[in-house]
Design a protein around this ligand. Structure first.
Ligand SMILES: C[S@@+](CC[C@H](N)C(=O)[O-])C[C@H]1O[C@@H](n2cnc3c(N)ncnc32)[C@H](O)[C@@H]1O
Length: 363
């Protein structure tokens, strides 16, 4: 039987080399080896691997869970994020309030959606999400955007990304080494982000898969960042004990096909949309979200801008919110006037007496 080389096999099976070896290991596939340990590939081996891949179609939840487990990965969910003003802990209460008080709610607009925690509780409805930050748009698209994606592809890519060891000198290492992340984790973040971009441009992944992978990277960064939860400052002279590990995100596939995610100013968007319930959760103090999350925004956008100052921030002029300035009242009035919905539900917090709002804010 003719021998085949490994490059042909991974091409034919459409999997990565590291995943191929992991599969051989995990499924105990016996492949003849030379004295030096080199594999002799043949068509029988390829067929055996194909069988495993074929049966592992990953439509079944148990298959997915077992593959995640076998590969030593973990899953992340929408609540696994620290975010200022995150309403995850209130989301059941919000849902209950709507169910008990509102009729005929089929389209829900979460116009300051942040992490998407509130939209998530209305997943059985048509959702319109929006946020000024592109990083939130990307994660909202990952969770709610209606486009098919391959769970198997996501799991394999996350597995591959976790195997990477690099000290390459890229945008992240040059600008952020030993600030919010160790120098080596910066190299790894830069490498992964660049690879996601390349895969999308080469059409190896679609926009949903692109959004899921970026969101997984942002969650992983946020988990180990040397901060107190936001990126206004980092602690100096720390040991970077936690290492970057990406978790698998597998957003629900059975969602409304009419969902739309936006990334514009709420006051502009409100002019062109209609719905049944408008949920409002604007910022309620002068702290700009683009300042607190500049680094996640930078990585999500991946335009590699110049950064400056101790916190290594990029230019954020176009991301400043009217809701964090003296213009807030006027902006809010206009938003309400222009809303074309049956119901409006507002979350608000009067912070005027609270000097220590950081503590209050984290969920
Ligand atoms: C209080 S947070 C929302 C938190 C969200 N409900 C959650 O559970 O994660 C306010 C959000 O509004 C966004 N934002 C601020 N000004 C905005 C504007 N003018 N238009 C759209 N989004 C805006 C911020 O980026 C931030 O994510």
């Amino acid at each position: 039987m003719a021998s085949i080389n490994v490059a042909d096999i991974i091409k034919e099976l459409d999997i990565s080399k590291s995943y191929l070896y992991k599969l051989i290991d995990k499924e105990n596939i016996l492949i003849p080896r030379s004295d030096t340990g080199r594999y002799f590939w043949d068509e029988n081996t390829v067929e055996a691997i194909k069988k495993i891949l074929y049966t592992d179609s990953l439509e079944d939840k148990n298959d997915i869970d077992s593959l995640i487990y076998k590969l030593g990965l973990k899953q992340s969910f929408i609540n696994n994020r620290r975010y200022l003003g995150n309403k995850y802990s209130l989301s059941d209460f919000i849902r209950k309030t709507v169910d008990e008080n509102c009729k005929g709610v089929n389209i829900v607009i979460d116009i300051f959606s942040g992490t998407g925690a509130v939209a998530n509780t209305f997943k059985d409805k048509m959702l319109i999400t929006n946020d000024l930050l592109y990083s939130n748009y990307i994660s909202n698209y990952a969770w709610f955007g209606y486009k098919k994606y391959s769970s198997k592809k996501i799991i394999e890519l996350i597995y591959d990304y976790n195997q990477i060891k690099t000290k390459e000198n890229n945008y992240m290492r040059e600008n952020f080494a030993n600030t919010f992340f160790s120098a080596d984790d910066c190299s790894k973040i830069g490498y992964i982000r660049e690879d996601i971009e390349a895969k999308y441009k080469n059409k190896e992944i679609n926009f949903k898969e692109y959004a899921i992978l970026i969101t997984s990277l942002l969650y992983a960064m946020d988990k180990i960042a040397n901060t107190v939860g936001h990126y206004d400052a980092y602690r100096k002279n720390v040991d970077f004990e936690k290492k970057l590990v990406l978790n698998v995100l597998l957003p629900e596939k059975n969602i409304n096909s009419n969902n739309i995610c936006y990334n514009i100013d709420a006051n502009k968007l409100i002019k062109s949309i209609k719905g049944d319930l408008l949920y409002l959760d604007p910022p309620y103090n002068s702290r700009q979200y683009c300042d607190a999350y500049h680094l996640l925004e930078n990585v999500a956008r991946w335009e590699k801008p110049e950064v400056y100052g101790v916190a290594r921030k990029m230019d954020r002029t176009s991301l400043k919110s009217d809701y964090c300035m003296i213009t807030a009242t006027k902006a809010f009035e206009e938003l309400i006037e222009r809303a074309d919905t049956k119901y409006i539900l507002l979350s608000y917090n009067n912070m005027s007496d609270n000097k220590n709002f950081d503590k209050e804010y984290f969920y």
